[in-house]
Design a protein around this ligand. Structure first.
Ligand code: NI
Length: 211
């Protein structure tokens, strides 16, 4: 330790600061939706290419992979059919945006494939998805899979999802990222639409991109 009390105090202060910073960094890294690779609802942390290859089951019971959407823009939303509020609002927004685009630029709209991937495969089987997607856009595809498959695809898309309010059995909710992820016809990430994007704004942006 330096003899000068001022310098000694400074060294002790800097060591304390370093320990504090390491602690804060470690804490942030363990927080859901941070550090571990998820983006939050503002879209912060999104990288230039996200998404993964997947093999899931659609709401008609058929196996679907990312390659099945080759040549189409894919507009993904991750959620769960028991969601009381956030998911239905988001999917209604998506439906309105696509309806608008269909009226304004039908060819651009036809190039966009809306996809709903459940983050609650425990309850969202093929039948539950089939019923759910029928309430929204007619071309909306619902995808489910095993817990392992869903975990992998959510991680690949940097979607945060976690059980909450668990009262046992089937009685629980899911905390999850609410944002639309737009991938290009080549499967590369284009942009996010954050939660609360108005349908008109989404329709205009999709028209510019896919038009
Ligand atoms: Ni939801």
């Amino acid at each position: 330790m330096p003899q000068n009390p001022m310098i000694r105090a400074l060294v002790i202060f800097l060591i304390g600061l370093l320990i504090l910073l390491i602690g804060v960094a470690a804490w942030l890294y363990t927080q859901p939706g941070r550090g571990g690779g998820s983006f939050d609802n503002s879209g912060a942390g999104v990288q230039s290419e996200i998404g993964v290859d997947y093999s899931l089951t659609n709401h008609e019971g058929e196996t679907v992979t990312r390659a099945d959407f080759q040549g189409l823009y894919r507009l993904y939303y991750f959620g769960f059919t028991f969601c009381p509020d956030i998911c239905p609002t988001s999917l209604a927004t998506m439906t309105q945006a696509l309806d608008r685009l269909e009226r304004a630029q039908p060819e651009a709209a036809a190039r966009i494939q809306p996809i709903f991937i459940t983050i609650d495969p425990e309850r969202d089987d093929v039948a539950a998805l089939a019923d759910y997607v029928s309430h929204f856009h007619p071309r909306l595809i619902g995808l489910t899979g095993s817990q392992e498959q869903i975990d992998a695809v959510a991680k690949g898309f940097r979607i945060f999802a976690q059980k909450t309010d668990d009262r046992g059995g089937d009685d629980y909710l899911m905390d999850h990222t609410s944002a639309f992820v737009l991938m290009g016809p080549d499967g590369k990430f284009i942009r996010l639409f954050t939660h609360g994007t108005p349908p008109q704004e989404m329709a205009e942006a999709l028209g510019r991109i896919a038009g």
